[in-house]
Design a protein around this ligand. Structure first.
Ligand code: LMR
Length: 396
């Protein structure tokens, strides 16, 4: 035996449940585990905008040369226009360095690597509950992580606790923030709360690292990037990890971006050269196909409009599932705060269930959700939503 000295390790909680669900052969099973958009037939859709882009690309017979360590330049431009806007001073002044990454996860990893190089002593604060992988990604890059309280089932958003902690952080501490569609709670800060956070960030000279994986699933493409605009308007440097996994349905293509908003345009080349070194030492150059697809969609006005409409439809379907679950719960369990279902935004709802209730849902009803009570709402559809809501009503 060669590797027996390796101690047992805890598996990723999200993929663990998703795998268990996949193995379940019960016909009635409901998969609410992993954060993936599913259509009304429970399938990951291939958006029409992607199909059209791929059909066009197939005719171009593009050779598969390396696209460079920073990825496809045209793709990176589109990312900047989408998230920051051509009118933003940071864009106009050329103060944003954007590189193509292996999904949003790759963007966080790369950003963490850059921060550790630039600020070896900096430590990162990450919201709890949150996406467990945030901790792993920062730690893997050598950054010590800590949790800040973000939300509890009893009190909801722990805004006061969060800002009190931020006020105590050392200059140069990294704070991981989710601008919209918070994973796992679906509970976002409002504009006033973001202003307060921004004041503290400025005052304490913290380094904000924004993770925006679900643009368009909260209130819409424009509304969901308002927080990014708030950060730009505050004129502070920050990092943004973005992903096209969800809103273009390109999960397996691993296509995302890291954008580093710098105080001065003259820092951009240095940042880019460090990012290139990190990319080179991890995977050399990113894959091209996802970038070609996104670039094709955003280079064509009709395809862009089609894609925007498709994002709107996905969001509205999620909303319809929230409304239906809310309706059933309100009627069947009047003392349960079913309003959570309709106030939480994005792909997830965070249900105040204990592990026994979650077990009963899984064992008796074949309903799979995360151990922390998170459900991936797009796993609901017109065929299973009543079954789910009634089962939930029973365990409640
Ligand atoms: C999730 O939270 O379920 C998604 O972001 C998928 C993942 O990689 O964990």
């Amino acid at each position: 035996m060669m590797y027996k000295q390796l101690p047992p390790i805890v598996q990723d909680p999200i993929f663990k449940i998703a795998d268990a669900c996949q193995k379940d052969t019960r016909e009635e099973k409901v998969n609410l585990a992993i954060g993936v958009y599913l259509d009304n037939d429970g399938k990951v859709p291939l958006p029409l905008s992607v199909q059209k882009a791929e059909a066009w690309l197939a005719e171009q017979h593009i050779p598969r040369a390396y696209i460079g360590m920073e990825g496809l330049p045209a793709f990176n431009q589109h990312v900047q226009k989408l998230y920051f806007g051509e009118q933003s001073p940071a864009y106009i002044d050329g103060r944003i360095a954007t590189v193509q990454t292996l999904g949003g996860t790759g963007a966080i990893s790369l950003g963490a690597g850059l921060l550790h190089k630039a600020f070896p002593e900096a430590q990162a604060w990450i919201g709890k509950p949150g996406w467990d992988n945030h901790f792993a990604l920062f730690e893997a890059m050598g950054i010590k992580t800590h949790a800040y309280d973000y939300y509890s089932h009893e009190k909801g958003l722990l805004f006061d606790e969060m800002v009190s902690l931020f006020k105590t952080l050392n200059k140069g501490s990294i704070v991981l923030l989710q601008p919209c569609c918070h994973n796992p709670t679906g509970c976002d800060l409002n504009t006033d709360q973001w202003s307060i956070v921004l004041d503290i960030i400025k005052d304490r000279q913290l380094i904000p690292f924004l993770d925006i994986a679900y643009l368009g699933f909260g209130e819409g493409l424009t509304q969901d990037r308002q927080v990014v605009q708030q950060f730009l308007n505050a004129n502070i440097p920050f990092l943004l990890a973005s992903s096209f996994s969800k809103n273009v349905g390109l999960y397996a293509e691993r296509i995302g971006a890291l954008s580093v908003v710098c105080p001065q345009a003259c820092e951009i080349d240095q940042v880019r050269s460090y990012l290139r070194v990190l990319v080179r030492s991890h995977y050399s150059t990113p894959p091209a196909h996802g970038a070609f697809i996104v670039n094709t969609i955003f280079s064509d006005t009709d395809l862009t409009t089609l894609w925007q409409n498709e994002v709107d439809q996905m969001r509205m379907r999620i909303q319809a599932m929230r409304t239906r679950t809310h309706e059933i719960l309100k009627e069947r369990v009047p003392n349960f705060n079913a309003d959570l279902l309709i106030t939480q935004k994005g792909m997830f709802s965070y249900l105040p269930l204990n592990s026994e209730q979650i077990n009963v849902l899984r064992e008796k009803y074949a309903i799979y959700m995360l151990e922390n009570g998170r459900i991936n709402v797009p796993g609901l559809n017109t065929h299973n939503v009543d079954y789910f809501a009634n089962a939930l009503a029973k365990v409640l």
